[in-house]
Design a protein around this ligand. Structure first.
Ligand SMILES: NC(=O)c1ccc[n+]([C@@H]2O[C@H](COP(=O)([O-])OP(=O)(O)OC[C@H]3O[C@@H](n4cnc5c(N)ncnc54)[C@H](OP(=O)(O)O)[C@@H]3O)[C@@H](O)[C@H]2O)c1
Length: 357
């Protein structure tokens, strides 16, 4: 006897943004069990229409009443919107998967990479946080080392694409390239300097410790996801003139020694991680090849002789898909599979905003 598939009412908040649009596409590609889809954005977009799966959907405004009857809401409209709206939404019984950094470091909110710690979703109280895109692609690879030889220290330098900043940054890079070719001045408004033909070591705001918030997110989020609260991590985050996909140069010190071959095998054993490591034939992960796919690519694996038990490698992934939308949808799938869509306990969340880093 065939069992009828349960369908869910799903909202995508920030549906006009680069992550929100990717989210809608990924939900459709993966045949997420959507009964009703509500696409929400700011009042500026409300009333306009978008096409999804051949249907025309009218965008709604993301106000609390728009969530009545929603089962799962995917938020990608920035931390301010999440901080304000998510408590209202969860109080309506909606489970929120949030892409912003509003709740990630809240001890009451699970922060999940689908291949690494899906079990943490069991204790959600209405909010599950999706990690920062730079953390996202790093965590599955670090997990492989944690589980085979142990991790002592991680140094990561990122080369992050402009799509990580959103739709306006994509347009800014394109406009600056056109201006350069036309011999006109390159006007910067999203970034403090022209991003075309540049590398900017400033992503998000500077903190008192000299790191940027983006760098500090990698530090704190890796520890939380990997359940290694004492892990030594340092990061330099750099914006580069790439449209899609983040790249990372990673140096780790492991607890026990590991050869590059053993590391490649450990990486390849993680679902969703692909090893591309044939340097003699110019085979290594690159941003343009990763763009559009859901995998995390690892290459340039080598021993780092500058420290004992050192390993160096290069990690690339599409920041809009695995780095944001795909992982969020995978979290939703895990909730459905495990029967965890509805939170078991609920406590007021409005007091926790200040705890987010
Ligand atoms: N880009 C990435 O790689 C990435 C990765 C991980 C996480 N994230 C996070 O995802 C979020 C969105 O990023 P994005 O790159 O998609 O930005 P984006 O392209 O600039 O899109 C922003 C979205 O937020 C909506 N929005 C703005 N103000 C709103 C309001 N008051 N109420 C409701 N909706 C509002 C916008 O709607 P309108 O069109 O109506 O203004 C738009 O849909 C951010 O929190 C970001 O940190 C991004």
């Amino acid at each position: 006897m065939s069992q009828e598939r349960q369908l869910f009412t799903v909202a995508v908040v920030g549906a006009t943004g680069v992550v929100g649009r990717t989210m809608t596409r990924v939900l459709s590609e993966r045949h997420f069990p959507v009964g009703e889809l509500r696409l929400l954005a700011s009042g500026r977009s409300a009333g306009t229409t978008v096409s999804s799966e051949g249907r025309t959907i009218t965008l709604g405004e993301a106000v609390p009443e728009a969530f009545d009857g929603v089962d799962i809401a995917f938020f990608s409209a920035g931390a301010d919107v999440s901080k304000e709206l998510v408590p209202e939404v969860t109080s309506r019984g909606v489970t929120v998967i949030d892409n912003s950094n509003a709740w990630r470091m809240d001890p009451a909110v699970p922060l999940i990479v689908s291949q690494v710690n899906p079990g943490d979703a069991e204790w959600h109280e209405g909010i599950i946080a999706n990690p920062n895109c730079s953390t996202m692609q790093l965590a599955p690879v670090l997990m492989a080392l944690r589980d085979t030889v142990g991790l002592e220290r991680v140094i990561v330098d990122t080369y992050q694409s402009v799509s990580g900043t959103g739709a306006e940054a994509l347009a800014e890079l394109e406009n600056q390239i056109r201006a350069h070719v036309a011999g006109e001045p390159k006007i910067a408004s999203v970034y403090p300097h022209p991003i075309a033909f540049n590398a900017l070591p400033e992503i998000d705001v500077f903190l008192e410790n000299g790191y940027t918030l983006e760098e500090w997110k990698v530090v704190t989020e890796c520890r939380k996801i990997l359940h290694l609260p004492e892990l030594r991590v340092s990061c330099t985050a750099v914006r580069v003139p790439v449209f899609v996909s983040h790249s990372e140069a990673v140096h780790v010190e492991t607890t026990r020694a590991i050869t590059p071959d053993e590391a490649r095998r450990a990486f390849a054993a993680v679902p969703g991680v692909v090893v591309v490591d044939d340097p003699q034939n110019h085979g290594y992960p690159i941003a343009t090849q990763a763009a559009g796919s859901d995998e995390v690519y690892v290459g340039r694996v080598r021993s780092d002789p500058s420290v004992e038990r050192g390993l160096a490698f290069w990690v690339v992934s599409d920041n809009l898909r695995k780095g944001a939308a795909t992982n969020a949808v995978e979290i939703g799938e895990a909730l459905i599979e495990r029967g965890w869509v509805k939170a078991r306990s609920r406590r007021p969340v409005s007091t926790r905003v200040g705890e987010a880093s």
